[in-house]
Design a protein around this ligand. Structure first.
Ligand SMILES: [Zn+2]
Length: 262
């Protein structure tokens, strides 16, 4: 039983009983933690401001014998207000929170994942291309959690993949197939999409979002991420379905060009 303080991201929040909320934090040192915030939905609660989903907070938690911790206090470090003002940016922020929530077990710490979440939310707040930022951070988080796809060699014949596309990724195995072996299963992406993906996986965090994906490359990489997350995490986060509907509404990629070039 202990009370402790830590820097954390609020991954999600849902109403519970009359005035409480159930929260999921991703903390810098304790990883994912479920907690109850008692009375938080009363109008005069001091806790409220610090506990919005996708906020970066310092939280005071009491962990008793119960599996749920109790929120004793919360101070906001960054609220990422500009991310919240943009529906597409906010949706990608929620995708990142859902993926991290789906990949990690309680109290399994990953300071690197925590760092990437903050980098992602900052870039989304700075107005960088939301789809590019969202997909890049999603793949980096998948990689940190040990879910990175193996693109180097064809699963069946062993020859190295590229530089001649297209490439097939068997999403449930996380392995690639060359064009000679591809039996038509898995997700096929063009060489251009593969090269964009490779740049995302090595890009310096300060340039996050600078290698934008548009048009066909955007659609291929979105489809790849969507199907990969479903296969690896085991379910489709609602936030990913929501982005799909934004795409359908705009009849094109949801992001607008923002003047950044690779
Ligand atoms: Zn092959």
């Amino acid at each position: 039983m202990a009370q402790y303080q830590e820097a954390a991201i609020v991954l999600k929040s849902r109403p519970y009983r009359e005035a409480d909320s159930l929260l999921t934090f991703f903390g810098q040192t304790h990883g994912k933690t479920g907690a109850i915030a008692k009375g938080v939905r009363k109008p005069k609660s001091k806790l409220q401001a610090g506990l919005y989903p996708l906020s970066y907070v310092t939280v005071e938690l009491y962990q008793g014998r119960a599996s749920l911790a109790t929120v004793m206090g919360a101070d906001i470090i960054q609220g990422f207000g500009r991310m919240r003002d943009d529906l597409t940016a906010l949706s990608w922020g929620m995708v990142l929170a859902d993926i991290v929530d789906g990949m990690w077990s309680e109290h399994d710490a990953s300071p690197e994942t925590f760092q990437w979440l903050i980098l992602g939310f900052e870039a989304l707040s700075q107005g960088r291309d939301p789809a590019t930022v969202g997909m890049t951070v999603a793949w980096r988080c998948l990689e940190i959690a040990g879910y990175a796809p193996e693109w180097g060699h064809c699963r069946d014949c062993g020859q190295s993949i590229g530089p001649t596309g297209p490439i097939t990724l068997l999403v449930s195995e996380g392995q690639a197939q060359c064009k000679d072996c591809s039996p038509g299963k898995g997700v096929v992406i063009s060489l251009g999409s593969f090269k964009t993906w490779q740049q995302w996986m090595t890009i310096n965090p300060s340039r996050l979002g600078a290698v934008e994906a548009h048009g066909v490359i955007y659609r291929e990489l979105y489809d790849l991420l969507d199907r990969y997350v479903v296969a690896q995490v085991g379910r489709r986060p609602r936030s990913l379905s929501f982005i799909q509907s934004l795409m359908t509404l705009s009849q094109d990629e949801p992001s607008t060009k923002r003047g950044e070039t690779p």
